[in-house]
Every structure is written in C-alpha cells, then in structure tokens.
Design a protein around this ligand. Structure first.
Ligand code: F6R
Length: 264
C-alpha cells in the first residue's frame, strides 16, 4: 500500500489526474474503472484540461463505472450516467461504445444483468486502473458495511449514512433512490491497480480505519489492504486520524528517490 499525503483537494486532484494520464499514455487501450462523487470532480476537471491542452488521448480507452442508482434513467440529472457525461465522458474523446455504466432502469433479472456486466469487464481484459472514492461509512463503490469481501456486482441497499450524505445532490422533497447496482468488493479487488481518493475531515475516520484498522466487512475499504497495488491519495484533512503519517511521508521521500516517476 502506498499512502500519498497531499496538501489539499487541488493537489490531490492534480495527482490523481496525473496517475490516470500516465496509465493512458503507457497503454492507449487502458481499461479504466471509474467512480462518481464530489471527490472525483477535480480529477475529471484536470483530465479534461489535459485532453484539451496536452492532447491526452482517450480514443482507445474503455471505461466501467462502479455503480448507478436503481430507478434513475441515464438522462436523469442525479444519475451517475448524467454525472459522468457532464463532468468527463462527453468532454474527452472516449467513444460512447467504450463506456459502461450499470443500468439503473433494470426492473428484474438483476442477477443476469449483473453477471453480464461482470462478463463485459472480463471480456475487456479486466480493469487496469480502478479509481475509488470512500464513503463516511467506509464504503467503496456502494459496498455498504457488512458487504461480503468477496462480493460481485449486485443490487445493494444504501446505508443511512450514504442516504444522508447523498441527499445533498437531490432537491428538498425530491424522492431519492434507496438502492444501487454496484460492483462488488471482489470485483474491485481484481483490478490490476487501484487508486483511492479521500478529501476532507468528514472522511478522516473512514480513511484511518481503511488503512490502519483491521480488515473487516464493517469497513469495505479495509479490504484494499489485501490488494497488491493500491495507492491512497489523501489530503491533510482526511489524513487527520492516521497514526503513521510521519512514516508515510518517509516512504514518499524514499519512493521519490528510488523510483522516480512512481509518484507521478
Ligand atoms: C460513487 C462511489 C462512492 C463515492 C463515495 C464518496 O460512484 O462509488 O463510493 O466514491 O461515496 O463520495 P463523495 O466523493 O461524494 O464523498
């Protein structure tokens, strides 16, 4: 595990975009696993800038999003389809046919649909780089507490914490979905490289549990401790509850010296 501490949200966002850009430049046909959420916005903004100013080319890349609200159609302004198109996908040159986001309008046959989503990831050769955010309850994707650490793509009921947090995206009185289709923790752990972004004091407890706590289904992100190549990008506020920040800084210095380029 590599824990990279960043001054603030902007520094973290730039670092995340540089990682994605380095991967796309290394492998044009990169299979990218993507997340939505406020934390990812700065990264997407910077990637769009790199596409426009630095000719960062996504024409051969393929994307798979982690999740989508059940009940929201792609054109619904609160859907993750809409979020992705508005903030990233429609603003770079990823062919629409290369984009995969779970379908929130499925009414039945979830098992079959989710197996098809997993099969598409497999057919693409697996996810090369998975981007994650983290919920206050430690979720990755929408794998809420008590999700099996081996779980696969499936419908999942949203926790009270997630409902409270995500209510901000909905107008007062507007009905909010209470479930989502999400890649499972087992699905996420199969990605070759994983980068998790965490910003702000509200995430500090979840970040500390994920990185320094025991591996437990009560904190889905703690399962990342089992992954051979995971990088946590954490800003100062989100790092507040970590016990080993001095050590992480020394590892950052050493990594910069031993493997220049590794820290992007
Ligand atoms: C969204 C997703 C979620 C978010 C997490 C953090 O696709 O997978 O796990 O990454 O809820 O959301 P923000 O960044 O809004 O705090």
């Amino acid at each position: 595990m590599l824990v990279l501490l960043h001054r603030d949200y902007d520094a973290l966002s730039t670092a995340a975009a540089r990682i994605v850009a380095a991967f796309v430049r290394r492998k044009a046909s990169l299979v990218l696993g993507l997340a939505t959420g406020s934390t990812t916005l700065g990264m997407y903004r910077e990637l769009v800038r790199m596409h426009l100013d630095d000719a960062l080319d996504f024409s051969k890349a393929m994307t798979f999003n982690l999740d989508e609200y059940i009940g929201l159609a792609p054109e619904h302004p609160r859907s993750f389809h809409y979020f992705m198109q508005r903030n990233f996908l429609s603003r770079v040159n990823i062919p629409q046919a290369h984009i995969h986001i779970p379908d929130g309008t499925i009414r039945n046959g979830y098992e079959e649909y989710c197996a098809t989503y997993e099969a598409a990831i497999h057919a693409a050769g697996g996810i090369d780089l998975q981007i994650l955010g983290i919920g206050r309850d430690g979720h990755i994707g929408f794998n809420e507490p008590a999700s099996s650490l081996g779980s696969r793509t499936r419908p999942k009921t949203l926790s009270r914490t997630t409902l409270d947090d995500n209510r901000r995206d909905f107008s007062p009185g507007e009905e909010m979905p209470t479930a989502a289709i999400t890649m499972g923790i087992g699905t996420i752990l199969e990605a070759r490289h994983i980068v998790l972004l965490a910003s702000g004091a509200a995430k500090a407890k979840a970040v500390a549990k994920a990185i320094e706590g025991p591996i437990t289904a009560s904190v889905s992100a703690s399962a990342l401790q089992l992954h051979p190549d995971v990088t946590f990008l954490v800003d100062e506020e989100a790092a507040k509850e970590l016990a080993q920040t001095d050590y992480y800084r020394r590892v950052m210095d050493m990594t910069a010296k031993l493997t220049p380029g590794k820290l992007w």
